[in-house]
Design a binder for this molecule. Sequence first.
Ligand SMILES: Nc1ncnc2c1ncn2[C@@H]1O[C@H](COP(=O)(O)OP(=O)(O)OP(=O)(O)O)[C@@H](O)[C@H]1O
Ligand SMILES: [Mg+2]
Length: 218
Amino acid sequence: MLELKSLNYQPATAEKAVLVDINLKARRGFPIVIAGASGSGKTSLLEIISGLANLQKGKVFWKEKLLSQRERRWLCGMVFQFPERHFLGLTVGQELRLGHRRISTELQQKVLTKVGLAELDLRQSPEQLSGGQQRRLALAVQLLRKPEVLLLDEPTAGLDWSVRGEILDLLKGLAKDRLLIVVTHEPEFFRELSTQVYHLFQGRLLEKSKFVGANQTK
Ligand SMILES: Nc1ncnc2c1ncn2[C@@H]1O[C@H](COP(=O)(O)OP(=O)(O)OP(=O)(O)O)[C@@H](O)[C@H]1O
Ligand SMILES: [Mg+2]
């Protein structure tokens, strides 16, 4: 279980706190969706959990062990809001191998199959891929690290409807084997993924609403 206790975060350049007294418990198999308007602190929260940013106050535990910022980096895989902006490799193959020089072809193929890119030509550049393929590639890059916690920042932002549905199905599959946290400004889209929906409002994790089954909400 991942546990956040009294997290507070105020970047040096921010006038006021970006995250205030955040408490959350998350377990594998029970994906969490965190909704919030633009500027509510969604990306900041994922940056803290994943150790990309450090907090001023509060603690992050994994299996009841207190984690340092560095340990959080190992634990978590973060898929950015627009991951395609962060591609560094000249080819898809290079992108997959960045940071994993000794990765086996079997593992690479297994992960590509998992994200639905088994047939991809690894010699093309990531820019040549469609928006949905680019998101899948970004997910594959993180899955290769075998993170126990997968954090997704607006995984469907900027994608068209059919592709968003595909990504949602992919996430439903991934959620079975690892802890998943999705932040989004459109929680209703992720209804099928999770019954655990939290709301961030001006840096506070305010309320938790449990969606009843989709067919009961009408
Ligand atoms: N390093 C920083 N320095 C100053 N202010 C920051 C920093 N990081 C975040 N903030 C501020 O914190 C608030 C929350 O930002 P954050 O990016 O986490 O919001 P968000 O919910 O992800 O928004 P969006 O939906 O637009 O992506 C914003 O007001 C932002 O300006
Ligand atoms: Mg954001």
